[in-house]
Design a protein around this ligand. Structure first.
Ligand code: NAD
Ligand code: TYD
Length: 355
């Protein structure tokens, strides 16, 4: 079986659903259930014996060690993280604790467990660390996309904490021989994404007739990948990636934020016929920029394409249609994640910081 951490979050839950639809190998899902973790994402596999959910923290070495001894996983896929840049600006502490200290403790526990394995199992074991393109920092308009050897130059407490965790993972490979893999992926979108990130926030705000906040001039560029393509890339890296290596994952889909928001507005109009008066675009509101806002991210995904024969299946056009439709079909899910804690967050990010 495999151990997935952070499997109740956006990408982790998509990964587990995809995994169990294609494989009979069981998954232990260790998740702290922070505001971003939601077991409703996994309701369709609630009765599936191949999914074992355990509430816990990757930094709790005792609990993680007991799980590893009991279940003897052949691989760990580490999704667990604090993942939102704006939250890292308002409160970096949790990012340092989970993304750096938590990853360090998980590596320590994995290393201690790995040393107890027999030669064959040691050889086959994998620690796959799921990271982000944000570790590379910001590109200018004309610079080439990030390759795996691009220098690390993170801008936010979030990306700095992820960069730090990547270095630790590489150190455990170089120093102790732990069979690690790192993936650095571009911005994901799709079902079950918490509506604090750009695309789900715009969909849910538009449907609720609330402002669509664009940071700065809205010309910042992100490289978007549909989440199931990220999941298929991770499966491929786990299966065939060379230990000690990094693989960049991206969809060759660079788009300025404002264009994304225009697309979302147009699709909503087409799919709902609304809003009654005017256009969803009328809700667009330019707000104060994010401090240290990275101008552009772009992934050069040729290594994973050439070495592991992986390519995304979705285009942005197909992926964004599926995503908007999913949010329209799952408004109960949206309502349930918009808890009191979420409303407090909206208050501190958009009302106190951006006026
Ligand atoms: P998310 O915030 O939706 O989910 C994170 C999950 O981790 C949640 O279920 C949360 O409860 C859990 N968690 C947090 N702290 C924990 C801890 N200490 N112990 C155990 N579980 C904990 O994040 P996501 O968007 O699904 O991202 C998953 C991973 O992918 C992250 O490592 C992120 O850096 C990386 N990533 C995300 C994107 C993106 O666009 N979302 C892109 C590239 C890489
Ligand atoms: P986000 O989804 O937070 O991802 P990241 O910062 O990790 O790339 O933001 C994507 C882009 O959208 C980023 O340039 C910031 C911008 N943005 C807005 O303009 N308004 C918003 O309300 C949010 C959440 C993001």
């Amino acid at each position: 079986m495999i151990l997935v951490t952070g499997g109740a979050g956006f990408i982790g839950s998509n990964f587990i659903l995809d995994w169990l639809s294609q494989s009979n190998e069981s998954v232990i899902n260790l998740d702290k259930l922070t505001y971003a973790g939601n077991l409703q994402n996994l309701v369709t596999i609630a009765d599936d014996k191949r999914h074992i959910f355990v509430k816990g923290d990757i930094g709790d070495s005792g609990q993680v060690a007991r799980l590893m001894t009991e279940y003897q996983p052949r691989a760990i896929i580490n999704f667990a993280a604090e993942s939102h840049v704006d939250r890292s600006i308002l409160g970096p502490e949790a990012f340092i604790q989970t993304n750096i200290v938590g990853t360090f403790r998980l590596l320590e526990t994995a290393h201690a467990y790995w040393k107890t394995l027999n030669q064959a199992d040691k050889h086959d074991f994998r620690f796959l660390h799921v990271s982000t393109d944000e570790v590379y920092g910001s590109l200018t308009e004309r610079e080439p996309a990030f390759t795996e050897i691009h220098r690390y130059q993170p801008s936010s407490p979030y990306s700095a904490s992820k960069a730090s965790s990547d270095h630790l993972v590489n150190a455990y490979h170089r120093t102790f021989g732990l069979p690690t893999l790192i993936t650095n992926c571009s911005n994901n979108y799709g079902p079950y994404q918490f509506p604090e990130k750009l695309i789900p926030l715009m969909i849910t705000n538009a449907l609720a007739d609330k402002p669509l906040p664009i940071y700065g001039d809205g010309k910042q560029v992100r490289d978007w990948l549909y989440v199931s393509d990220h999941c298929s890339a991770l499966r491929r890296v786990l299966e065939a990636g060379k230990t000690g290596e990094t693989y960049n994952i991206g969809g060759w889909n660079e788009k300025p934020n404002i264009e994304i928001v225009h697309t979302v507005c147009a699709l909503l109009k087409e799919m709902t016929g609304g809003p009654a008066n005017g256009d969803y675009r009328d809700l667009i509101t330019y707000v104060k920029d994010r401090p240290g806002h990275d101008t552009r991210y772009a992934i050069d995904a040729r290594k994973i394409e050439h070495e592991l024969d992986w390519k995304p299946r979705e285009t942005f056009e197909t992926g964004i249609c599926k995503t908007v439709q999913w949010y329209l079909d799952n408004q109960d899910w949206v309502a349930s994640v918009q808890t009191g804690a979420y409303r407090d967050w909206i208050e501190s990010n958009y009302i106190q910081q951006r006026q």
